[in-house]
Design a binder for this molecule. Sequence first.
Ligand code: AMP
Length: 396
Amino acid sequence: MAKKTIDQVDVAGKTVLMRVDFNVPLDDGGQITDDRRIRMALPSIQSVISRGGKLVLISHLGRPKGDAGDSKYSLAPVAKRLGELLEQDVAFASDTVGQEAQEKAGGLSDGQVAVLENLRFNAGEKAGDESFAEKLAALADIYCNDAFGTCHRKDASMFAVPKAMGDKPKVVGHLVGKEIEYLSGAIENPQRPFVAILGGAKVSDKIKVIENLLNICDYVLIGGAMAYTFALAKGGSVGKSLVEKDYVGLAETLISGGGDKLRLPVDTHCGDDFSSDCNKQVVDAGKIPDGWEGLDIGPKTAQQYADIIASAKTVVWNGPMGVFEMSPFDEGTKRVAQAVADSDATSIIGGGDSAAAVDQLGFADQVSHVSTGGGASLAMLEGQRFAAVDILDDQD
Ligand code: AMP
């Protein structure tokens, strides 16, 4: 069931408490090095202020310890940057539920914005504390969740706050609405053939995703270092490749359960060192010589995967096919990215490294959706339900 969006509630003259993801990278001097997350929140922010709502923004930033209020994680620079982007004053409260927050939130006129200090300066945030949440909820008439990256968590601002809002409107913002539309749309009602591409460093991170997607997809294509744990499970040699020996048994189970759906590399691009200028060779999968390590899928595998992707109607991709940061071991990831970009499929790229790879290789604007949440998008692909989303209002 689709969730009610911020555009669908009347915000004029009302105070909206919006949970956003302002977890931006900062340099040692406290300067924002990439303001993308602030800019991405602008559509939901504009939706409120352009219609005369009063907006109170809440977010976490980094991992400050305890209650101390570690100033290097202050949201003050974010409030300043937001003011520049909006070209209007943005108030900043140096606390979250204290007197200043109440005054700044209560003092807003229609169309004005306040940012409260880092939620994680209060231990109640990570603890999901209800009395902390009640104080936040009391600031507003409407709650909006536009922080997809934390939707798989039950932090106070994600779950206890909307719970404490009671019958007041609780809606999704533009970012979360789009994530749910694409990710849960793919899982609940995919156009077929539905192809999942899973790579990255560790099979252990993605077991539940592989298990869930084997039940739903028509093909699951495996790449990245996790392929070598599967190669070991098939009795192959993997040289000094990255493997997780403890997961070989599980890989065997996935191979026998996955049948023809589960596709493993047929060749491997390996090197005698973890560096761009190492000696290189392409070998058949499972035939990596001693002293060599697999660093990418080989060209035959890349072609086979590209052919499967070409016929897909839905593609979900999480994890690079090789060490894409290190040329020429980016070739497999590039070939797959090109195939995804060329296909007519609805294509969904998981957050984290896959999003970075697609971005770095220049394909980000040729896919349907690049998720903003690494952990959250994986959790959704695992088939997890998100309490933080379930608690929000459904569309009428
Ligand atoms: P993940 O965060 O699990 O998606 O893993 C992404 C990381 O996996 C990237 O930094 C890649 O460089 C790394 N990776 C992918 N393939 C390999 C490989 N064959 N050997 C070592 N690291 C790899």
